[in-house]
Design a protein around this ligand. Structure first.
Ligand code: TEU
Length: 566
């Protein structure tokens, strides 16, 4: 047991720096602002900070478009600020991991500037360049080398007038994809990673890392996309050389370094079969991955912006499957939210009458699974989706492109807005609510994205001294993972799988048993469970002590209870 990796009992906190804390009044969060708020994280008790990109960037996608991997963007501060942050984080016994965005760069990165300059530039082959499709003139509709649809709407190819060829971008045109087939590209990335590790960072969260290996034949995809575009995913999702590339990265970057580092790969569309391979320690690829199955269950026939209510049985089947699949080999990461997902209390909980109860019930259910939990900034306060009046209040490139494209194609603007309000990424990106003052303590200037008006009552200051607050509930859950090996490393067994409103499971390690039971609905329920659990075993609740009679637990709306026996 002592051989278990340190991150089995760790909790990671994601900072989206643009929206965390602004020290200089320009309305954009920054590194000195983050340093000033480290007390908050220490108080919460998290072990690791994952810092979303702070590198030099034109900010076409809020920093996920990098123009210099070894510089801090002036909007966030300087390299000296970064070194100070790292020292402060380490001084408090925490770690810091960087966001590694190497599927693509910014089109303003010097590599791409060179690459686009001529067909015989030495860096031409660092990106994916292709002539117009056979029989088409450059720029003609349908001349794109493949029919793939971008994650951010429209084709994945943009014509560059300089050479009359197209370049590939799975995301925005300002995010050209690097060509990982080229060993020079790979080695430049590894060198940059070593540079950050030498500086003292504790690992990386790797952006869309399962998309870096494309089938070099670049076949068309099935035409399922908007306006006749196709789905290229089968040709770049978990592609042919992905395991080879990650093993090479491990060898070149991590081998012989401390076992105190953390690697987590973000992997849209990854299956549990592949995740097991990526995270099998014997294969030396990654410590864990972010999978997307459970955050896709509410996507409707029209995709993510056409959401449907979640059926709890689907959620249990999905998370339960991942618990089993990565039970003996591999490791799960656990998350409800991040900067790309709507706020979980609004999405799967109730941000009205049962706001506090549902935020804490969802937290309880997630954190006590087997895996490493990730808390996204503001989630520990129960922050909610934002009341966007219309599209002019939104800033995200994905939302704006989706609106423009679907409305141009004849969709009802109100219907499109409904989808964006429910699922748009800006929901997660409104400033952190520190206190009840006009800009929520985030900035003295004008915030780049409006502060949620509910900050007058929903804020950190109001929660620190309230023992029942969402913040203090998260703090206790984190404490439990630190204190109890059964939570860090125990086996997982799903209970009541077919029950539509209750989420229940058991964890077991040696003689220790933990029972988690939650009512994820707004109506009272009764949980009937085997085993002689009684209120004397109660470890943690988000409501009053429940009545337990003959194995029947009375479950108030959105109540969650944790029992333990040794
Ligand atoms: O996201 C990858 C991704 O596939 C999605 O979550 C994406 O954000 C989108 O919502 C698909 O509908 C990562 C980053 O987390 C995201 O912020 C970046 O925009 C993206 O990669 C490109 O770097």
């Amino acid at each position: 047991l002592d051989a278990a990796p340190w991150w089995t009992s760790a909790v990671v906190y994601q900072v989206y720096p643009r929206s965390f804390a602004d020290s200089d009044g320009d309305g954009v969060g920054d590194l000195p602002g983050l340093i000033d708020r480290l007390d908050h994280l220490e108080r919460l008790g998290v072990d690791v900070i994952w810092l979303s990109p702070v590198y030099a960037s034109p900010h076409a996608d809020n920093g996920y478009d990098i123009s210099d991997y070894r510089a801090i963007d002036p909007a966030f501060g300087t390299l000296a600020d970064f070194d100070r942050l790292l020292a402060e984080v380490h001084g408090r016994g925490m770690k810091l991991i960087m966001d590694l965005v190497v599927n693509h760069t910014s089109d303003e990165h010097p590599w791409f500037v060179e690459s686009r300059s001529s067909k015989d530039n030495p860096k031409r082959d660092w990106y994916w360049w292709r002539p117009p499709r056979e029989g088409f003139a450059a720029g003609e509709p349908g001349a794109e080398p493949t029919n793939w649809e971008s994650f951010f709407s429209g084709p994945t190819w943009t014509l560059d007038e300089t050479t009359g060829e197209y370049y590939l971008h799975l995301f925005a045109p300002k995010q050209p994809d690097l060509n990982w087939e080229n060993p020079e590209v790979r080695h430049a990335v590894y060198e940059m990673m070593r540079w950050w590790l030498d500086r003292g960072v504790d690992g990386f969260r790797m952006d869309v890392i399962n998309l870096i290996s494309k089938d070099p034949a670049l076949p068309d995809g099935a035409t399922t996309g908007t306006g006749g575009l196709g789905d290229g995913f089968p040709h770049y999702g978990t592609g042919p050389r992905i395991h080879e590339f990650l093993q090479e990265m491990h060898r070149e970057v991590f081998e012989g370094r401390s076992d105190q580092l953390l690697t987590v790969g973000e992997m849209p569309g990854v299956t549990w079969e592949d995740a097991r391979l990526f995270t099998d320690p014997a294969r030396r690829e990654l410590d864990m991955v972010f999978q997307f199955e459970h955050v896709s269950l509410d996507h409707g026939p029209g995709g993510k912006f056409d959401p449907e209510p979640l059926d709890l049985r689907d959620l249990k089947a999905s998370l339960g499957r991942w618990q089993t699949a990565l039970g003996d080999v591999g490791w799960n990461s656990l998350y409800w939210s991040n900067h790309d997902q709507p706020r979980v209390v609004s999405r799967f909980g109730d941000d009205g009458e049962f706001w506090r109860e549902s935020a804490t019930a969802l937290a309880t259910v997630l954190h006590l699974h087997r895996g490493t939990p990730y808390v996204y900034q503001g989630e520990e306060l129960g922050m909610t989706n934002a009341p966007f009046a219309d599209v002019h209040d939104m800033r995200d490139v994905e939302s704006l492109n989706h609106y423009r494209e679907t409305v141009a194609a004849g969709a009802d603007p109100e219907a499109v807005l409904r989808g964006l309000r429910a699922m748009g990424r800006d929901n997660a990106r409104t400033p952190v609510q520190w206190d009840a003052t006009p800009n929520a303590g985030f900035t003295t200037g004008r915030p780049w994205l409006p502060v949620n008006p509910n900050h007058t009552w929903l804020n950190a200051q109001a929660q620190y001294d309230d023992p029942k607050s969402v913040f203090n509930h998260y703090r206790r859950l984190i404490e439990l993972r630190h204190a109890l090996p059964v939570i860090a490393r125990g086996d997982f067994r799903m209970l009541l799988a077919d029950e539509p409103y209750l989420y229940a499971y058991e964890r077991a390690l040696g003689d220790d048993r933990v029972l988690v039971v939650a009512n994820l609905s707004g109506t009272p329920q009764t949980a009937t469970l085997d085993g002689e659990w009684s209120t004397t075993d109660l470890l943690l609740s988000n409501t009053d002590e429940p009545s337990v009679v003959n194995g029947r637990i009375a479950m108030e709306p959105w109540s969650a209870h944790v029992f333990m026996r040794s």
